[in-house]
Design a protein around this ligand. Structure first.
Ligand SMILES: Nc1nc2c(c(=O)[nH]1)N[C@H]1C(S)=C(S)[C@@H](COP(=O)(O)OP(=O)(O)OC[C@H]3O[C@@H](n4cnc5c(=O)[nH]c(N)nc54)[C@H](O)[C@@H]3O)O[C@H]1N2
Ligand SMILES: Nc1nc2c(c(=O)[nH]1)N[C@H]1C(S)=C(S)[C@@H](COP(=O)(O)OP(=O)(O)OC[C@H]3O[C@@H](n4cnc5c(=O)[nH]c(N)nc54)[C@H](O)[C@@H]3O)O[C@H]1N2
Ligand code: SF4
Ligand SMILES: [Mo]
Length: 737
């Protein structure tokens, strides 16, 4: 049966390909990015990196022939302190990638087969505007959803709101840090945001609970961690895997997966029973201490040992170490925290432990961040939508503060619902590699009546599009000003270092053109995005000229000191105005007011828990085709404990297929890496590989996609995060045909 939407592997169509007259791709071959070309003779243009969302400010260096030769971190930027991570340095590969999307494409049927044909921008934009308008007229503008991640999302969410929909969603919430934000908001009245306001450089004890800094290359944090180690600070790493951070730690706690809450409660028990907590902070600034103390009384290290496999003595020693360092001690809140569905509660336990250490607003703990408020370029008020993502949730996930991307998939499948989603704009997110339960994605993609994808690469998501709009890379465009919270408020400019290759265009241009076609020109009252930047910078007392020279600009703090002054009583944005160790809000909504440990299923016989994470030289699925970064690592391996390897007679480098608990077999094989660094009950792989699109000539067919194996999604009932670590895999040594 032919489906509404065949997945088109943009292959053999000859549609990508960078050929610009006689110009060959600069630097792609025969040059190492890690060489040192003479940058002093080059022109430099400010930018901020888009290879991940740490957004390091940088300079693109361009030679006399107009070729971008190198990207170097901005010395004054606290996100990078002049040093990009390997991915940022290799960001040039995003620009030079020979497989880039180069022209708009429209899905057509030829001889009964669906394919893409090249289209002009006018054709493509006319078609997108027409289809969006039709959907809007038939089902209301609210039925159009935006899936976004990264800078393009800013421009498209403005367009979406101007159309009358607030249904925009990014995987950085329900697939990433949502539970942490809710856990901290419930406890301290404040979310962590990005970058997290952690005073790592001055801390004396850093506790990492599955935060694998060093592989998770969030630049400023990794640098500060290195500094604190140099200054003699201690790290305690809780990770079932011997991570890079574990190798730098005073204590590595190889916890049994899915049992962290028990360890956290035992640590709380020790701090309270041994009176190691910050009594003054707790008395003045928290509510619910007595209930907490009562709650954890039985949760001794001995109790936790039986659950976590961490010895009682080690639990006590580590609790004492953090207490001795407090308030210059941090339990890192983590970032990708959607693990087991009880993630908001785990994040609450982390927040509570931090509160007991009295590190809020203290040097070496949490500082008070501040960011520059960049004014919105004037536009008419947005129309008021009749419904939005909250109606889609229908009371589910009561503490969700942002939309839940996967519920948009459900709302697309549920076509008859009054809150059905019918049209998708996808800008900068590779959904089938990002949202767990690919079957659900497939079904939703079939039901969607129209899909437009805005991307730089022919990633898998483009195979589902009706129209593909090729965006130029961050090195070829202006974008909104970066204004992230930090110790001092900063703004950073991104400007092009080169003309867009091929027919590619920036998202701001696409949205303006679509706005024009949708009768929304009032929302886009500028000929060029530089007018927006010029206006905004003028309001801030700067100018585009100045920013082109500076790249980043620092402003004085207005919100007060970086740390809590001793003579002032802090106020917390919670219902009680205090840190809520006991949460009446959660209780009222029917959830545990203080976190509890509940057991999770363990792998059945012959299966191993699928664990996954980051590699320092890659970001999700977006960099696996990057020529420079693929040079450093071009496939993922499945890490297997020697005991398991021996049981299965597996050898290093041997290819196996994986099968999960629901019978899903990986499309591709993956090579075995035998290592003591992983527990015997788990296997590990780096996320982002296993591409099935042939047009990704570098990444095609290499490794396995962890997402394909994640079909058991453990929803967080509090806020809707998609717990992904409850999946188990076994090995298939011969391919099943
Ligand atoms: N299985 C599994 N799933 C996960 C995770 C995991 O570890 N394992 N991690 C989760 C986390 S923490 C997060 S934050 C999300 C990340 O999820 P995503 O951000 O969706 O990750 P990517 O796979 O990198 O997809 C990014 C897409 O943006 C495109 N792109 C890159 N640059 C640009 C640009 O300048 N403009 C446009 N228009 N497009 C661009 C890329 O080509 C790619 O198609 O994934 C989540 N999902
Ligand atoms: N190089 C690189 N850096 C990145 C990214 C990238 O793509 N590449 N992405 C960025 C983004 S968006 C995010 S959200 C972060 C994610 O990075 P983090 O938030 O640091 O980490 P996670 O991906 O959640 O966790 C991976 C670690 O958790 C461990 N783990 C698995 N199960 C358990 C368990 O039950 N308990 C404990 N304690 N540990 C467990 C794994 O062994 C692994 O070491 O990384 C960011 N930094
Ligand atoms: S941490 Fe690396 S990839 Fe992320 S923004 Fe900074 S340089 Fe770019
Ligand atoms: Mo993330």
């Amino acid at each position: 049966m032919q489906s509404r939407r065949d997945f088109i592997r943009i292959s053999a169509l000859g549609i990508g390909g960078i050929t610009l007259g006689s110009r060959t791709i600069p630097g792609l071959f025969g040059k190492s990015l890690f060489d040192n070309p003479v940058v002093s003779e080059m022109k430099r243009y400010p930018t901020y990196c888009e290879v991940c969302f740490w957004k390091c400010a940088a300079w693109s260096h361009v030679d006399a022939e107009g070729r971008i030769q190198k990207i170097i971190g901005h010395d004054d930027d606290p996100h990078c302190n002049g040093r990009l991570c390997p991915r940022g340095t290799g960001g040039l590969g995003m620009y030079e990638d020979p497989d880039r999307l180069m022209t708009p494409l429209i899905r057509v049927e030829e001889d009964g087969k669906q394919t893409f044909r090249k289209a002009s921008w006018d054709e493509a934009l006319d078609l997108v505007a027409k289809r969006l308008q039709e959907l809007s007229a038939t089902y209301g503008p609210e039925s159009i959803a935006l899936f976004n991640h990264g800078s393009a999302g800013h421009h498209f969410s403005h367009l979406l709101k101007a159309m009358g929909s607030v249904n925009a969603s990014a995987p950085s919430y329900a697939q990433c840090r949502g539970p942490r934000e809710v856990g901290f908001k419930l406890t301290f009245g404040q979310v962590m945001g990005s970058p997290e306001p952690l005073d790592i450089r001055d801390t004396k004890c850093l506790v990492l609970i599955g935060s694998h800094l060093g592989e998770n290359m969030h630049n400023g944090q990794v640098q500060e961690m290195a500094d604190m180690i140099d200054k003699g600070g201690d790290i305690i790493t809780v990770d079932p895997r011997y991570s890079i951070a574990a190798g730098k730690s005073k204590y590595w706690l190889p916890i049994k997966p899915a049992t962290d809450i028990a360890l956290l409660l035992a640590w709380i028990n020790v701090l309270i029973e041994e009176k190691l907590y910050d009594v003054d902070f707790v008395q003045k600034n928290t509510i619910g201490f007595d209930q907490l103390a009562h709650h954890v009384r039985q949760m001794t290290p001995e109790w936790a040992y039986g659950i976590t496999t961490i010895k009682p003595d080690l639990i006590r020693k580590t609790a004492r170490l953090m207490a001795a360092a407090s308030p210059a001690a941090i339990i890192h809140p983590g970032r990708h925290v959607t693990w087991y569905g009880d993630d908001t509660q785990r994040s609450r336990a982390i927040a509570i432990l931090n509160a007991l250490l009295g590190n809020w607003g203290r040097r070496g703990g949490f500082y008070f961040p501040e960011k520059v408020k960049v004014p919105d370029f004037p536009h008419p008020p947005y129309p008021k939508p009749k419904w939005g993502w909250r109606e889609i949730l229908d009371g589910k996930y009561p503490f969700a503060a942002l939309s839940i991307a996967n519920t948009f998939l459900d709302a697309t499948i549920d076509e008859e619902s009054p809150y059905a989603i019918h049209g998708w704009i996808v800008a900068g997110t590779n959904l089938p590699y990002t949202i767990p339960d690919v079957g659900r994605f497939e079904e939703a993609a079939q039901k969607a009546k129209f899909i437009v994808v805005v991307d730089t690469m022919p990633m898998e998501i483009t195979g589902y599009a009706d129209v593909i709009l090729p965006e130029c890379t961050y090195l070829e465009r202006y974008d909104e000003l970066r204004t992230s919270p930090h110790r001092e408020p900063y703004i950073a400019l991104r400007m092009p270092a080169a003309e867009p290759l091929g027919e590619t265009k920036p998202a701001w241009w696409m949205t303006k053109e679509l706005g024009k076609r949708l009768g929304l020109e009032d929302y886009f009252q500028y000929a060029d995005f530089t007018e927006v930047l010029e206006w905004q910078l003028e309001q801030l007392g700067s100018s585009l000229d100045e920013m082109k020279k500076l790249g980043i600009k620092k402003f004085p703090r207005k919100s007060g000191p970086l740390y809590q002054p001793d003579n002032e009583v802090p106020w917390f944005n919670t219902p009680s105005g205090k840190v809520e160790l006991y949460s009446a809000q959660l209780k009222e909504a029917g959830f545990d007011p203080i976190p509890n440990y509940t057991a999770h299923p363990t792998p059945p016989e012959g299966f191993y828990r699928l664990n996954y994470g980051r590699a320092p030289m890659h970001t999700f699925s977006r960099t696996s085709n990057n020529p420079y970064l693929a040079d450093l690592m071009d496939e993922n391996f499945v890490w297997v404990h020697p005991k398991v390897a021996s049981k299965w007679s597996l050898e290093n480098g041997q290819e196996v297929w994986l099968k999960n608990q629901d019978g899903i077999v990986s499309d591709l094989p993956i090579k075995v890496r035998i290592t003591e660094r992983i527990r015997w009950d788990s296997v590990y792989m780096v996320h982002g590989f296993g591409h099935v699109t042939k047009k990704l000539t570098q990444a095609y067919g290499k490794g396995v996609s962890d997402t394909q194996m994640i079909t058991n999604v453990m929803d967080d009932p509090i806020m809707g995060g998609t717990g992904m670590r409850g999946n188990f895999v076994t090995f298939i040594k011969e391919q099943i045909s």
